[in-house]
Ligand binder design. Structure first.
Ligand SMILES: [Zn+2]
Length: 313
């Protein structure tokens, strides 16, 4: 749903997450924005939404920019704006190739832009090959007048230093549970479900939305919650081992879930010594399990070692 209300709600919550945002919005609205801005943040922290808000501020024809409702804003939201070029991973692509970067450059040279500012969005520039990044360097360094580059990335270190040094950087931090909860409620989720998802999302509203309908996640979470409790004893071990036995295909998800569970237990039970020490054992168990995984140890051996390491002697 594209409307003024939604955009102002998004702006409010993003300004809370990233206090630098209101000034940036003004710069984009006044066409005095940095010629290249890189938004960095983990999966689900809101890089794409933020890039869209800035692009709307740049293109908006309303007085109150971004209004989220005018033709220009709607075109940005739909990625159909004539003055906006987007390059990023295409279906199943693992990296953006130099050919795509060259196509962008020739588009930029030949594109029949209408009057007004232009925006080039490079999505997950850390997934561009070094050759592709290199090919874009000059365009980012000396952009055409009224051309603004917006880059997003997860891993800043995978972006060439030469590119990084030419961009203003906006780092999106992990969101607080309250901020995640607020944004979920804005999106129409019920209060209790929003609270519950926010507590599981590790600061990522995108992650909260992703796990919401993920049946595999909830099944694994139930399994982990039922088996890996502070009360786990040696007597329970054979049964516990059996329950994880056939889950080899879910190994990655199981370890992620156990790690999450450890973090969650530690953050909500800081004063309870027994629970804290259980959370530490869980966490160390996961670290060791990942090490064993990398050495091609069998899943059964990995999970058994992890279960035994969480049982207190
Ligand atoms: Zn607008």
């Amino acid at each position: 749903m594209a409307d003024t209300n939604k955009v102002s709600e998004q702006l409010a919550v993003f300004s809370d997450v990233s206090p630098a945002l209101p000034a940036l919005i003004t710069q984009y609205a006044n066409h005095t924005a940095p010629h290249a801005l890189m938004i960095s943040g983990q999966f689900g922290f809101g890089k794409t939404t933020l890039a869209s808000l800035l692009a709307q501020a740049l293109m908006c024809e309303d007085e109150n920019k971004p209004c989220g409702a005018c033709r220009q804003c709607v075109r940005v939201q739909n990625r159909s704006h004539a003055n906006m070029l987007v390059v990023g991973l295409q279906d199943k692509q693992r990296s953006v190739k130099v050919e795509q970067a060259r196509d962008l450059l020739s588009d930029l040279a030949a594109y029949p832009f209408s009057a007004g500012p232009r925006l080039v969005l490079l999505e997950l520039v850390d997934m561009f090959t070094p050759q592709a990044q290199n090919a874009l360097l000059k365009a980012i360094e000396e952009p055409e007048p009224s051309t603004y580059f917006l880059l997003t990335c997860v891993n800043e270190r995978a972006v060439l230093t030469t590119i990084r040094s030419r961009c203003q950087l906006l780092r999106l931090p992990a969101w607080t549970d309250e901020q995640v909860e607020r944004t979920l409620i804005q999106q129409g989720l019920p209060l209790q479900e929003s609270k519950n998802l926010a507590s599981l999302a590790l600061g990522s509203p995108g992650k909260a939305l992703q796990i919401q309908d993920d049946k595999a996640f909830w099944a694994i979470k139930r399994l982990v919650d039922e088996v890996l409790t502070p009360g786990l004893t040696l007597q329970d071990f054979p049964e516990a081992s059996k329950r994880f036995k056939d889950q080899k295909d879910n190994a990655g998800l199981i370890l992620d879930t156990i790690e999450f569970s450890a973090t969650h237990l530690a953050s909500t039970n800081a004063r309870n010594h027994d629970t804290m020490s259980f959370a530490c054992r869980l966490y160390e168990g996961v670290v060791e399990a990942r090490r064993l995984q990398a050495s091609n140890v069998s899943w059964q051996a990995i999970i058994d070692a992890l279960l035994l390491s969480t049982i207190e002697e």
